[in-house]
Write a protein that binds this ligand. Structure first.
Ligand code: GLN
Length: 559
């Protein structure tokens, strides 16, 4: 059957967190190399409507999209709707690899699907029927996938299902995949990503976990076309043969996904194993003859990988924060620092400092060439973060504060240079005598927590003559926001200005300060209320991260 678009499903086996998002993005890149228009949908089988309310310690970073989507569970019914711009961190991976801004409606959760099913029933959409997972729930899922592929005129839609096959929560999604495979014969493919453990002691890969997870997939009525084996070492022919035999997948479709020097190399490794050609063959796709935009061109990507491989000089960036139980909590920041540094020939050593009551901040920061103060919410670790900003001011260490990191820079400045004892954000101390950070006007009436922050890309008006302007060299930019509180301008009096505090950008109305910095010849210190890391790309680093990294390198080389 002819279909205007092809769908590639990506499922995971054995355990989560093995880099399925990287595989999905890299497979997308293979299609881009061949001139196809590609996008990605990620399914998260949890009940949250979006991941904005999840704790980063448990779930990693929450990614913020360019656009804000008004999700109406019952179409064209304004009774209930939610703003969605906070989505799964895998979208950061997709955007960085594919160079496209992805719409927030591409992150589908069980919460959205069940809410839509139940509210439509109440509205009377299924009058007379018993409303069930199949077909009512699965129809809503299939329609979401198909309408995105059609409306965005995609050649290939990749659909990654979060979690692991066999999870109760993901069954409804796997069932929808099964139905779509039936509806669109010849136009879908399924890639199953599993962990293939390697045992040093016996010097062997083990296929059993993969066999079990393929069985679980087959029980759901799905047969994989490709198995991607995630492992510390490349899969040799022996293990590939074994996986092929037990999984009913040809040996050339058993793909090796070993640890790599740099993640950007994964599409090249897949290309070496002819995965792109294989997928095109089963989907009956012929590469398009197009003028490739540079990032979608194979040889340009090869050059990019070289930049990352050659970046071997080292700088240490201290990252004090509160969500360091996992390294993914600030993943877009880690990458933005990596991008900016690589283009200067450096590889940043990120010193993640998990602030507790016992942390000796000054000692921890002593060997850092630069400091990045992280975003965050709530009281825990805040005094240590304020101390970080004070320390940067005293020792003149290059400092970039992101969102909370900008707000706490301001708190530290007000305490240290304006003598405002006990100055704080009302988020942390509602009774502070000096509420130098307070709720945005638009937040004062807001109670509900999901999707209610100031979100998405918003115009930022830059002020000339500032470090921020020097970095972007533009009067106006679009950057992504996610906050409720902001810097109170009334404390920026003559004394503050004399001590070097500068407002470097505002919103369109002029009422919201979007960034601050210190006016010091010998010290680079900037805080942005926005999150430039979400727009940093491996081939196009964020301008303000680049300026920060250059300041760090300059200071290090002077020492
Ligand atoms: N908690 C702060 C606010 O809501 C900062 C948020 C952030 O760092 N993203 O304004």
């Amino acid at each position: 059957m002819e279909s205007k678009y092809k769908i590639v499903f990506v499922t995971g086996g054995v355990m989560s967190g093995i880099g399925k998002g990287l595989v999905t993005a890299s497979v997308g890149k293979l299609f881009q190399f061949r001139g196809f228009k590609v996008s990605v949908i990620k399914i998260d089988p949890y009940f949250n409507v979006d991941p904005g309310t999840l704790n980063p310690i448990e779930h990693g970073e929450c990614f913020v999209t360019e656009e804000v989507w008004n999700f109406e569970p019952v179409p064209d019914s304004k009774d209930i709707s939610f703003n969605i711009s906070e989505i799964d961190q895998d979208f950061g991976t997709y955007e960085r690899f594919l160079g496209v801004d992805i719409h927030p409606s591409h992150n589908i959760t069980s919460g959205q699907i069940y809410l839509a099913t139940i509210l439509r029933e109440r509205k009377g959409e299924f009058l007379g029927r018993t409303v069930q997972i199949i077909p009512h729930g699965t129809d809503i899922i299939k329609n979401r996938l198909k309408s995105i592929a059609e409306e965005e005129n995609l050649d290939v839609l990749l659909v990654e299902c979060g979690g692991t096959v066999g999870d109760i929560e993901s069954q409804i999604f796997l069932e929808s995949f099964r139905q779509l495979k039936l509806e669109l014969p010849g136009n879908t493919a399924l890639i199953h990503v599993t962990l293939v453990p390697y045992f040093d002691i016996i010097g062997q890969h083990k296929s059993k976990p993969t066999q079990h997870s393929v069985k679980a997939l087959q029980e759901a009525g799905l047969q994989p076309n490709v198995i991607v084996g995630r492992s510390s070492k490349p899969l040799d022919d022996e293990i590939r043969e074994k996986i092929s035999l037990y999984s009913n997948v040809p040996i050339n479709a058993v793909i090796s996904d070993p640890d790599l020097e740099t993640v950007w190399e994964l599409p090249l490794l897949f290309e070496d194993q002819k995965l792109g050609d294989y997928l095109c063959e089963i989907l009956d796709l012929k590469a398009k003859l197009v003028t490739y935009s540079s990032i979608n061109n194979y040889s340009e990507w090869e050059k990019l990988v070289q930049i990352y491989k050659n970046a071997n000089k080292s700088i240490t960036i201290g990252m004090p924060g509160k969500y360091f139980n996992i390294t993914d909590s600030y993943i877009s920041i880690n990458y933005a620092l990596e991008h900016a540094a690589a283009h200067e020939g450096y590889k940043p050593n990120l010193k993640m400092i998990n602030i507790t009551e016992d942390t000796d901040i000054e000692k921890e920061l002593a060997d850092c060439d630069g400091i990045l103060l992280t975003p965050g919410f709530g009281e825990r670790a805040v005094e240590g973060m304020i101390k970080t900003a004070e320390f940067a001011m005293e020792k003149k260490i290059p400092y970039l504060g992101i969102c909370f990191g900008a707000q706490l820079f301001y708190v530290a400045f007000c305490r240290k240079y304006l003598g405002l004892k006990g100055a704080n954000s009302t988020e942390i101390d509602p009774k502070t005598p000096h509420p130098v950070i307070d709720l945005l006007e638009s937040q004062k009436e807001v109670d509900a927590k999901g999707g209610t922050m100031r979100l998405g890309a918003i115009k930022v008006k830059l002020i000339r003559g500032t470090r921020l302007y020097d970095a972007y060299k533009k009067d106006e930019i679009l950057e992504r926001f996610r906050h409720r509180y902001h810097i109170q301008e009334k404390y920026i009096d003559d004394k503050a200005k004399e001590m070097g505090l500068v407002i470097s950008s505002r919103d369109e109305t002029g009422k919201i300060i979007n960034s601050i910095e210190l006016n010091r010849e010998d010290h680079w210190m900037v805080g942005t209320q926005f999150h430039p890391e979400f727009k940093s790309r491996p081939y196009d680093p964020s301008p303000i991260y680049s300026a920060f990294i250059k300041a760090v390198i300059q200071r290090k080389n002077k020492k």
